[in-house]
Design a protein around this ligand. Structure first.
Ligand code: FAD
Ligand code: SIN
Length: 529
């Protein structure tokens, strides 16, 4: 089938939905999403969204905290713009119907909507500035935005549609290299996961909002859909990518080895007073940083990794008992219930934790309007690289970046379609699946994915070395060749496309990690200073 729209959006998390809602008054919008519409990292976000809402805090402090966490390599102008825009974007989220917790109504006079937001604090933040909805902020944001998008007559959301590749001049038979000037995007080819048919979606403007790539690693907090598809597509289309060596590991995922994805224990718990302890119940962060358990994530994750390796243990502890029973049960109901379901009463027991791959700071390089190096192709959210995070993202700056850049990209895309009169090219061919055979051995895909995730975890994880990176690269080469061969002869199915994308992302992470000859932010090698 062939479809033509004004705005094509790939992804229905906070970035894709925010963009769609903004452009919808100006044209027909189609959102493709590979699973259920609400499935993505957004829905699992716990801590919240960072913004300076009151005079007790200041933009300068939030800017400073972001630059410090980013280890000196953030784009300062981007940081300033994002943080100054934050309050406007938060007010829009509220207008779309998203609810953030507010301080209790002690006087029984103030209308609910006028009460001040209740603010949390997380690692690396010098102030309480995290707007949240209990400990399930992402679920509330996804709900609010999805409901608003579903109400809009110009927005169509198509579930279980897997974008395989962006369409460029390459599909018109032209040779496209990374030096080709003016590579253009005409839309995407997408696999209908129910029928296995591959459709052609043509659009004046395409936005990639495909989220992260946590599943490159064996232990991750990210949902199974986070397979780096957008980054891999842009890589194949010869677009510019950046900063992929900066994979963020969250210090505290719940240690429950059989569970995938790993359940997150929000940093807001450390903000409320929980502390990290070793297996003897002793605090250890004083050995690593004066900010203790609230140091930026790269430092805390490395400290935990080191303590675990020194003692040969699989997990350490987070002790939240000092927070108090009532605050724990009312303020962190999701975590309380989850831990209780596996026999841990967080009001009485310490929580077993270990780091897990959590967030990709790098991605599709975009300018301040969210425009990629490919014409008519925009990117927002976790798949993009704006320069905000530098070497390490400050907690709760990700949801913020997604809404700010979805807004900027929407404003630019609206202008683009008003001036861009070119019609989608009728010469673009449909996908050719002739001669492809059904792959009947799923183990070729599942085992390879497992191998890849272990290689990345063991050799390209929190602490790296030249030798580990070389080993990972050599092993990846074999996996790459075998999977390309399978891809080139098989009828396409989602797990095979995802595996191919995970391999491409792993290759890019290793390549960029090898090129970075200095320890900075999340990139740490024992061979570098
Ligand atoms: P996602 O929400 O991941 O959405 C990606 C979308 O793209 C999905 O709809 C998916 O189906 C679709 N998609 C992907 N590939 C394809 C394809 N090939 N074809 C079609 N559709 C595709 N950040 C914060 O700022 N604060 C927090 O408190 C916070 N907590 C977090 C907790 C957890 C457990 C995790 C995992 C992350 C957390 N983060 C947090 C990070 C933040 O949630 C994410 O970075 C953010 O939600 C990403 O939003 P997104 O719209 O870019 O992508
Ligand atoms: C958390 O709640 O700890 C996650 C916050 C984030 O990833 O920004």
């Amino acid at each position: 089938m062939r479809y033509e729209v004004d705005f094509l959006v790939v992804g229905s998390g906070i970035a894709g939905l925010s963009f769609a809602l903004k452009v919808a008054p100006y044209g027909k919008v189609c959102i493709l999403t590979k699973g259920a519409a609400d499935e993505g990292s957004t829905r699992y976000a716990q801590g919240g969204i960072a913004a300076v809402m009151y005079d007790s805090d200041s933009f300068d402090k939030h800017i400073h905290d972001t630059l410090v966490a980013g280890d000196g390599i953030c784009d300062r102008e981007v940081v300033e713009m994002t943080i100054r825009e934050a309050p406007d974007r938060i007010r829009e989220l509220v207008q779309y119907g998203v609810e953030f917790d507010r301080v209790p109504n002690t006087e029984h006079r103030t209308p609910d909507a006028e009460r001040r937001f209740d603010l949390h604090r997380e690692g690396g933040h010098s102030e309480f500035r995290i707007l949240h909805h209990k400990d399930n902020t992402g679920e509330e944001i996804e709900r609010g935005l999805l409901e608003a998008a579903r109400r809009h007559p110009n927005i169509e959301i198509k579930e279980r549609q897997f974008a395989i590749d962006i369409i460029t001049q390459h599909h018109l038979g032209q040779r496209v290299t990374k030096h080709t000037p003016d590579i253009e995007c005409y839309g995407v080819y997408a696999l209908d996961c129910d029928t296995n048919r591959i459709d052609t979606y043509l659009a004046k403007v395409t936005l990639l909002a495909t989220g992260g790539m946590g599943n490159v690693y064996s232990t991750t907090t990210t949902p199974v859909i986070s397979t780096g598809d957008g980054v891999a597509m842009v890589h194949r289309a010869r677009g510019v990518l950046s900063d992929l060596e900066f994979m963020q590991f969250h210090p505290t995922s719940l240690y429950n080895p059989a569970e995938k994805p790993a359940f997150l224990i929000t940093e807001a718990m450390r903000g409320a007073g929980a502390v990290l302890k070793d297996r003897d119940g002793k605090e250890f962060m004083q050995k690593y940083d004066k900010r203790l358990s609230l140091a930026p994530r790269d430092i805390v994750a490395r400290a935990i990794d080191n303590e675990m390796k020194l003692r040969g243990k699989d997990y350490l502890y987070l002790d939240a008992r000092s927070i108090g029973k009532r605050h724990l049960i009312e303020g962190f109901p999701t975590i309380y219930a989850k831990c209780l379901s596996i026999g841990i009463d967080i009001t009485r027991d310490m929580i077993p934790i270990r780091p897990a791959a959590h967030y990709q700071c790098g991605g599709i390089k975009v300018d301040r309007n969210g425009e990629s190096s490919i014409k008519n192709l925009y990117a927002a959210g976790e798949c993009s690289c704006t320069g905000l995070h530098g070497g390490n993202r400050l907690a709760s700056n990700s949801l913020l970046e997604a809404v700010v850049y979805a807004h900027n990209a929407a404003m630019a895309a609206i202008k683009n379609i008003q001036t861009n009169t070119s019609k989608p090219n009728s010469k673009i061919p449909d996908w050719n699946a002739e001669g492809m055979v059904l792959n009947e051995e799923m183990v070729l895909i599942t085992q390879t994915k497992h191998e890849l995730q272990e290689i990345m975890w063991n050799y390209v994880g929190i602490v790296r070395s030249d030798l580990r990176l070389q080993r990972a690269f050599d092993r990846l080469n074999l996996i790459f060749r075998e999977t390309e061969e399978l891809y080139n002869r098989s009828v396409l199915i989602e797990p095979l496309c995802e595996l191919r994308n995970l391999i491409a992302c792993s290759y890019l992470i290793i390549k960029m990690a090898r090129a970075r000859r200095q320890n900075v932010g999340l990139h740490y090698s024992i061979d570098l200073v």
